[in-house]
Write a protein that binds this ligand. Sequence first.
Ligand code: PMV
Length: 373
Amino acid sequence: MISVNFENLKIVYLSDMEQNFVAKNAHPIKDNFITRWQAPSNIALIKYWGKTTPQLPKNASLSFTLTHAVTQTQVEFKPLENPTEKVTFSIIFEGEEKSSFRPKLEDFFANILPYQPFLAHYKLTITSQNTFPHSSGIASSASSMSALAACLVDLESQLSSLSEEEKINKISFLARLGSGSACRSTQGPMMAWGTHDSLSNSTDLFAVTAANIHPVFTDFCDAILLIDKGQKQVSSTLGHKLMHQHPYAEQRFAQANDHLAELLPILQQGDLDAFISIVEKEALHLHAMMMTSDPYFILMQPNTLSVINKIWTFRKETGIPVCFTLDAGANVHVLYPNNVAEAVNQFIEAELLQFCQNRQCVHDKVGTGIKKY
Ligand code: PMV
């Protein structure tokens, strides 16, 4: 999508592929419509860091879809007497009207209006809550944008006929326009986003499920250690922007694509040692990009490093295949197969919780994606 402003007029050009996502014959209805969807967060194993407009990734990425860290969103669509040029909405988050969420949502609706022009005929009342602790440092943009996109596509499917495949791809497509990584929260157990030679159906426009995953990965556990629950020092929007002039950007994008090519057969074979090596490298390379951007920043805290060292020692001493990954923050995601959960949970309790704020940890596992609730 390219948009040009011409004498107060916004002209939008869509590629042929993007044209496929414009709602067809979707005439607004006169009745109220209410729908509720929940969507999980996801944790990237191959990281997305760097993009072009509109939310197109500079490299392919791949993530585990989670189960318990979810956003639940209800949208009530009330037909308007006089449709407007943009989407009219109110947002209530965890019982409170949230004006601070408006700018991000206004951008999101402006981005998706060319694909769902019927939205301008409704007033949307969005009511949303997260199941994970408030201000925990767990990114909620992925779960919240995919839950909202699911509600929007549910309305569209009332107005025009969409196949199941069209619905799920459109939810991912719209969620992407709100927050890139959100497009990977729609299905499980793993989703890949971004055009990649090793994934025949991959595209930059929406995420697809990664096929033929070995059973060891389909019930993998993710214990999210809440190291620092404070406000993020650097937004992911700024982080992505800093990749534009980054001295190592091109190498990083090539490396992420190489890592994905290496990881796909490993996921099919269930090779845990090879999995651990790529996943930990990806986490550290993501943070290396942040440390070497201009301005530079460090999102890891001393306790992040203490946890990483403890995990390495434990793995060496016991041979148990536990590893870590990191998001754009200080929290540590401890990843391990379900069949070693008892031993790893004891280790977390005895050795890692001391490094968490108020000993807090969210025990999550690989899941299946969005659903109605
Ligand atoms: O979706 P965004 O724009 O918040 O970016 C997310 C980036 C990472 O979480 C750091 C990596 C990823 O692929 O999810």
